[in-house]
Design a protein around this ligand. Sequence first.
Ligand code: NAD
Length: 487
Amino acid sequence: MRAQPKASHFINGEYVEDTAGNVIECVYPATGEVIARLHSATPAIVEKAIASAKAAQKEWAKMSPTARGRILYRASQIIRERNRELSELETLDTGKPIQETIVADSTSGADALEFFGGVAPAALNGEQIPLGGDWAYTKRIPLGIVLGIGAWNYPQQIACWKAAPALVAGNAFIFKPSEVTPLGALKIAEIMIEAGLPKGLFNVVQGDRDAGPLLVNHPDIAKVSLTGSVPTGRKVAGAAAGQLKHVTMELGGKSPMIVFDDADVESAISGAMLGNFYSAGQVCSNGTRVFVQKGIKQQFLSRLKERTEAIRMGEPLDEATQMGPLVNRSQREKVLGYIEKGKAEGARLLTGGGIPNDVSSEGCFVQPTVFADVTDDMTIAREEIFGPVMCVLDFDHEDEVVARANATEFGLAGGVFTADMARAHRVVDALEAGTVWINTYNLCPVEIPFGGVKQSGFGRENSLAALNHYTELKTVYVAMGKCEAPY
Ligand code: NAD
């Protein structure tokens, strides 16, 4: 098996196995080839991971932020040196084309380690508060052991986005990758140790839906940071609330992208394609409801069709491939089911809609698909599909489109394409979303906060804002005179 790791879990600086756990089979989504076989965590593995994290965290928290940051920076450099190897593994794990993984996955993880390693010495300071004689100060202290739980679309990136702020703030970190894509995080763990991270601070515990709750419910876990779907978010946040744990919830979306008549049409089509076909549409912040003002509808649709039909699908490890398969068969069945629903409910299939002919029949490919004349009540306009399916809806007026864009339980992201900057800012102000782009889509550099509102979650990843979610404040009141009491 070409991607078999030494063992399933990485705990206290080394690979650990426990074959009593349920088997996790890793399949290359482009061909159906089994590339590794792992085991889900048993209670013994969970206890081992938590014991080692607990033993390491106190000393780690005593180190200076500069010393902690230096280790993260070293890890970021090793990741960049091994980008090719890590990207190939990410492609095997997820099926995403190497053209994408080489620029968007481990490199984005390295960005997070570099950014948080660099800013921590200045960003973890407290405040001094004058009280007219007496005074107080605050300290930003770590939470303890942070549990990260990953989705399957960006396994290495998610591991690093959560680990970097958690570790630099003095926490220990345990990562449970998605059981669908368990491989990349193990390599990141190896690299962290090589960079000088003390053992026990970055543990990887594999787990399916049975093992996940063992970790979430463990009393020694202080915080859970989940990237996943809304139903999982409800379960995990509910379990965490039972023990009053801190949570960050990065959940799903059905984000609107609004294209006004005065927009640069080619640029807006690029945005719509990026926001629907990158990673075969398996991106949480995708702009899957593309609202196009009626004046440019025909022009938009005819160029969109032409450009979509030119997308090169195929073997993801081939550098020329622009779009790979979905992550597994069940995701493909789910996406094909939504396409059938779209047709049945009266949306007009502009292009795609099925399985391509010229790729491996064992692969989980779905053609890039565009529906036109979609209306707000259709299932494909309301539910997160998580596949390469774009819905194009028409609109007449600004007020109308803003109201329709906001008529969803989700609130992860949104986009507006227009040449009128006053209108752009007016519309982004009115959109109920955590991140909004003007004249581009889906760019998430580490410097900017990322996260959702409404049912898309709470808490933020990246930027200085993330550090607040991995620390808490201790307030110290300092009396300068005697303590006076009325009795
Ligand atoms: P999922 O919700 O099925 O699983 C996410 C993770 O949660 C997996 O590791 C899974 O094993 C674990 N899990 C499931 N039930 C659990 C439980 N009861 N206790 C503990 N852990 C449990 O999501 P997925 O299918 O892997 O990923 C796709 C979803 O993730 C989409 O909805 C997408 O929008 C969302 N997503 C959000 C973001 C974001 O940043 N907002 C990023 C990527 C993906």
